[in-house]
Design a protein around this ligand. Structure first.
Ligand code: HEC
Ligand code: HEC
Ligand code: HEC
Ligand code: HEC
Ligand code: HEC
Ligand code: HEC
Length: 450
């Protein structure tokens, strides 16, 4: 009787197990075929990664799966994040749903050389270019696959945020929709979803296995207990319980735990040491609740109205209370925050703003060189200040950050006779690469340290 029950039970679980295993296998295959198809897309460059791209973003990762999204993430942060965010306008437009707005066959040539697309008279491009005050987006030497992975990353990010707001649309849906419009489109970023399903299936299979084993063990014990011919040792074994104290008494387990612990501490200390002097994200509370969003955003007051020296000299000054009084002798005179300005003037003491950005003295940085001569927007380095209630340090301000930009940013040499010969020499030596700040010596130590 017992053995019959046992057999039918085990058949049932075997059937369940095979179903799940089959399901998981089918999904794995579907995913694998998806990635190979995209991975072998034409245009996967073998020339290596463009400047600024991180090592993780190797050209081989062309798929729309999690790896491509991760590669896209790194490429986006290294090349695009200074001007673009997924959900906000920074210097360029918000890129959310870009793959729905534009086919991939448009995006790729655009990123490679946007001015060529504008010059070709493409209606959408010309309109966009004018809308953004004719600001030129730099050209990028990225491969088709790399650009596709950036788009996959943007889709994944965009999907995430719409999930938060609308609660409905998933990353997978967004990716499926864009898969229709282009040849090499990132049909695979929905694969992230399959990976999740696969994981759930595997966990279910494991649970089923464990439950099956426990049931089988219990049934066997019952069967054995029914037998009369067992000797003392068999009975002892049968009734013995698992001794948990053995686990932490074991030297091997202790050794592994100690190693993990030491490694974790080491990792944390190295991270902490690397972060010394890094203050990205620093956002102190200011003595007066001054809002850039209200002044520079809503009321559109020009940055240089307050930071008067930013186009003219090395440092951008913080405005004195007198500049505030140009308006606040009339505006909001009863507000307790504005009264603080009056009090500072009465006491003849400056307002004690807390400094946010601060390079170490060993480095030389000049604002006018970048804003006036280089024509770089404040937001490229300081982020969306016009949306900040309280200012925070947007960029890392590390040496690597300065140098990466100097390597990537083409120098505006047009109409400047000083550069004519330099550009000619550069083009003779390496005509494929643009004439960047670093081509002009902008990565020489003495330019920033002396
Ligand atoms: C220096 C700033 C800057 C950088 C860096 C930059 N962009 Fe742009 N981007 C712009 C501007 C400005 C526009 C608006 C069009 C114009 O004025 O040329 C734009 C437009 C776009 C558009 C069209 C958007 C739309 O709404 O149709 C796409 C796509 C795009 N950029 C992708 C990228 C990608 C991908 C990267 C990184 C590899 C990148 N951009 C890096 C400034 C930048
Ligand atoms: C009405 C005057 C006013 C305008 C307009 C204004 N700012 Fe400011 N800004 C201030 C004041 C006051 C502070 C110091 C208090 C603070 O940090 O909020 C400041 C601080 C800053 C800081 C941080 C300085 C530090 O301590 O490191 C940055 C960066 C900055 N502004 C950039 C901008 C940019 C970019 C714009 C234009 C989009 C702008 N500001 C427009 C008044 C102004
Ligand atoms: C060009 C005009 C202008 C200048 C200069 C200016 N502000 Fe303002 N400020 C405004 C306007 C407009 C408002 C919004 C008033 C409203 O909400 O009705 C405002 C609002 C404020 C508020 C919010 C007041 C409240 O209780 O709602 C504070 C605080 C403030 N400003 C501080 C400053 C400080 C500090 C300075 C100098 C660094 C400054 N402002 C310079 C125009 C100016
Ligand atoms: C190329 C990057 C870059 C650009 C573009 C840029 N800044 Fe800065 N800004 C910095 C750095 C770096 C510092 C820190 C300087 C230091 O500590 O010596 C800084 C500091 C500041 C400060 C604090 C005062 C000071 O000079 O240390 C203000 C205010 C400021 N920037 C405003 C602006 C405004 C307004 C613009 C646009 C007109 C702008 N910045 C454009 C990189 C930039
Ligand atoms: C967003 C891009 C960007 C960032 C970030 C940036 N720079 Fe620059 N930098 C430029 C450009 C563009 C020029 C060239 C301006 C010109 O001469 O047309 C330049 C020029 C310079 C020069 C003059 C180089 C020469 O050949 O004469 C120095 C020095 C310099 N930067 C220092 C720094 C330091 C220090 C930092 C970091 C704190 C920094 N820059 C961050 C874009 C950047
Ligand atoms: C474009 C500007 C720029 C150039 C070029 C540059 N540096 Fe720096 N360097 C910086 C800035 C900004 C810092 C401070 C930020 C930091 O500590 O990361 C810095 C910091 C340093 C430090 C201190 C490191 C630390 O963590 O405090 C050393 C050492 C240094 N640089 C050496 C060099 C050498 C050597 C070269 C030439 C191969 C060089 N730098 C070229 C901008 C530059």
């Amino acid at each position: 009787m017992d053995s019959i029950r046992l057999r039918s039970l085990s058949h049932l679980f075997l059937a369940l197990f095979l179903t799940f295993a089959g399901l998981g296998n089918a999904m794995a295959q579907e995913q694998a075929s998806g990635t190979t198809a995209v991975g072998s897309a034409p245009g996967v460059s073998k020339e290596g990664v463009a400047p600024g791209a991180t090592a993780g973003a190797s050209p081989a990762t062309g798929g729309g799966d999690a790896a491509a999204v991760a590669a896209g993430d790194a490429l986006f942060k290294g090349n695009c994040a200074q001007c673009h965010a997924v959900n906000d306008v920074v210097v360029g437009p918000a890129l959310k749903d870009i793959s729905k707005r534009r086919p991939i066959s448009w995006i790729i040539p655009w990123v490679k050389n946007s001015s060529k697309v504008v010059a070709s008279g493409d209606e959408y491009a010309v309109k966009l270019f004018n809308q953004y005050q004719k600001q030129q987006m730099p050209s990028f030497q990225l491969s088709d696959a790399e650009i596709t992975s950036i788009v996959a990353y943007i889709d994944a990010e965009g999907g995430k945020s719409s999930q938060q707001t609308a609660g409905g649309v998933s990353a997978g849906n967004a990716a499926q929709a864009d898969g229709k419009d282009g040849a090499a489109a990132s049909d695979g970023s929905g694969a992230g979803q399959y990976v999740n399903v696969l994981l759930i299936v595997l966990v279910v299979v494991l649970i089923v296995l464990v439950v099956t084993l426990v049931i089988i063990a219990n049934i066997m014990k019952d069967v054995l207990r029914g037998r009369k011919d067992l000797d003392g040792r068999d009975v002892e074994l049968l009734e013995s319980r698992f001794d948990y104290s053995k686990i932490y008494k074991s030297n091997a387990v202790r050794g592994v735990a100690l190693t993990v612990f030491v490694l974790a501490i080491l990792y944390e200390s190295v991270q902490a040491a690397m972060g010394v002097g890094l203050t990205q994200g620093y956002q102190p509370t200011q003595p007066i609740a001054f809002s850039h969003k209200l002044h520079a955003g809503t009321n559109q007051i020009n940055c240089a109205y307050c930071h008067t020296s930013v186009y003219k000299s090395k440092s951008a000054n913080i405005p004195s209370a007198n500049i505030c009084m140009n308006c606040h002798s009339q505006i909001k005179t009863e507000s307790p925050e504005i009264r603080k300005i009056y009090r500072a003037i009465e006491k003849k003491q400056p307002i004690q703003w807390v400094r946010i950005h601060n390079l170490p003295d060993l480095a030389y940085f000049n604002h006018s060189q970048h804003t006036q001569v280089g024509g770089i927007e404040c937001q490229t380095c300081h982020g969306p200040i016009q949306n900040m209630e309280v200012v925070y340090q947007y960029s890392a301000l590390t040496m690597g950050w300065c140098i990466n930009c100097h390597r990537e940013t083409p120098l505006n040499t047009k109409g400047n006779g000083y550069y004519n010969n330099l550009v000619k020499l550069h083009d003779k030596a390496n005509s494929a690469a643009p004439f960047t700040v670093s081509s002009n010596g902008g990565t020489e130590c003495s330019k920033c340290h002396y």
